[in-house]
Design a protein around this ligand. Structure first.
Ligand code: ADP
Ligand code: MG
Length: 449
């Protein structure tokens, strides 16, 4: 099948040809014609499989072919969880709008609010945005959505994870009319929270799933290494950065402070490394991403801020220096490599604090993984036995008399509040962690970007 078989408008077809795309990917083959019928979609396919064009192409087709419902309101709104991803999609969209009468604008948190008000007053046809900031503008009446034809939620599950359901509903409600179409995309859409949300927002959505979220990504080779402690992880990272043939590398850590620390450590060794975290100003973030995407640095050290959607074709290796707190982020993090048919390596370090997260990933992917070893860097940690055995072993070891006197103290649960620096500068709520409270890594600041 080829793009020309979709019956697209000739101008749109010329753009696709000009960009060098000939054959649609599997998700594009299914999602483009389905979206062109006007129905709502919940579409999932693996990372790097071309989901962006699967919504940009039908959106362009709709704008070219259909009459607008209103003179002033935006016709298409595309929402994304992070500013970096929104910028990337905006860049791609601009390749399609260039040379047409359609104007596209980018509205992100962390950027000048008043400039955005002026931009919105120019009545753009497309808005690409992070939900927090866009909802702010909507609340203040800087634009209206009565004429919105197409609402696209990319990485929809992540936006819900980050606590944006209220803003998404607000945007949805402002555009609640019969002709509105909604498209949801992600590599991981099959969980209950998304379903509930989709039911509320979407009208009889068609589900398109190319493989399940746990389907093995054949282009990404996964390796796991047991680690004793931080120094051990660092030694392993050093080892791989010396021995692996890499083009560019992304290293994911659990905390913002570790991104800086590791970047300094690697830079001191003469490696070309840079840290990206939500703590930085937007202009610093832009500079870092621009530099890294141009290949000015070889190693990007970051948090789950960069786990979603970023399409950096030279990333050959992804390291999970720490395993992710949210299980599905594993799929997204490793999906920064092995994109559009190229291959990649994902190397994960599993220490005592990562163990539960590792087991959750095994459960999610419905696989059990073997550990590899580096000869001179073997550790002592062999994993943690399942809870039941631990309890039995402990009972045997302790004296019965002592047990009778001992009263179990209820655990104190320390409430943390999170303040985000991303996705529209609003406080974000992390959905209830899947980890039991006693397993949460207390040394680590849980981070949300
Ligand atoms: P996803 O959103 O599924 O992770 P992207 O939309 O970011 O994937 O696309 C991944 C890469 O594949 C991008 O570099 C994009 O240009 C490329 N791509 C998309 N569609 C096609 C196609 N039909 N043929 C070849 N390359 C494609
Ligand atoms: Mg994507």
């Amino acid at each position: 099948m080829q793009f020309k078989d979709f019956g697209l408008d000739q101008r749109l077809m010329s753009t696709i040809e000009h960009l060098g795309f000939v054959e649609p990917t599997e998700i594009q083959q299914k999602a483009i014609p389905a979206a062109m019928t006007g129905q709502d979609l919940i579409a999932s396919s693996k990372t790097g499989s071309g989901k962006t064009l699967a919504f940009i192409i039908p959106a362009m087709q709709r704008l070219i072919r259909n009459r607008s419902l209103s003179k002033r309101d935006p016709r298409v709104v595309i929402l994304m969880p992070t500013r970096e991803l929104a910028k990337q999609v905006f860049t791609q969209l601009r390749l399609f709008t260039a040379g047409t009468q359609f104007q596209a604008v980018l509205i992100l948190g962390g950027e000048n609010f008043n400039d955005q008000v002026k931009t919105l007053h120019k009545d753009p046809h497309f808005i690409v945005a992070t939900p927090g900031r866009l909802a702010d503008h909507l609340s203040q009446g800087h634009f209206y959505l009565n004429g919105l034809e197409l609402l696209i939620l990319d990485e929809a599950d992540r936006m819900l994870d980050l606590g944006f359901s209220k803003q998404l509903k607000q945007i949805n409600d402002a555009a609640d009319h019969r002709k509105r179409q909604t498209l949801m995309f992600s590599a991981t859409l099959d969980h209950a929270q998304v379903n509930e949300f989709a039911l509320a927002l979407l009208k009889k959505p068609k589900r398109i799933a190319i493989g399940a979220a746990h389907t093995e990504h054949k282009d990404i080779t996964k390796r796991f290494y047991l680690c004793d402690h931080l120094d051990h992880k660092q030694a392993l990272l050093d080892h791989f950065l010396k021995t692996e043939k890499y083009q560019q590398v992304i290293v994911f850590t659990a905390t913002r402070s570790d991104t800086e620390r590791l970047a300094t450590l690697l830079s001191d060794q003469g490696l070309s490394a840079v840290a990206l975290s939500g703590e930085l100003s937007q202009s610093q973030r832009n500079k870092i991403m621009d530099g890294f995407s141009k290949g000015q640095q070889k190693i990007l050290i970051t948090t789950d801020l960069a786990s979603r959607g970023l399409d950096l074709i030279n990333v050959s290796h992804v390291f999970n220096f720490d395993m992710p707190k949210h299980t599905e982020e594993f799929v997204h993090r490793i999906g920064r490599t092995g994109r559009a048919g190229s291959t990649g390596d994902a190397i994960s370090f599993v220490g005592p604090k990562d163990w539960l997260s590792f087991k959750n990933v095994e459960g999610f992917l419905q696989q059990s993984f073997k550990f590899d070893v580096v000869d001179n860097l073997k550790g002592k940690f062999k994993g943690i036995k399942p809870k039941k055995e631990n309890v039995v072993a402990k009972k045997k070891a302790s004296s019965p008399a002592k047990d009778q006197n001992k009263k179990t103290q209820p655990r104190k649960v320390v409430k943390r509040t999170f303040v985000s620096h991303d996705a529209g500068d609003m406080p974000m709520l992390r959905k209830k962690t899947t980890l039991p409270i006693n397993e949460i890594d207390k040394d680590v600041d849980l981070e949300i970007d």
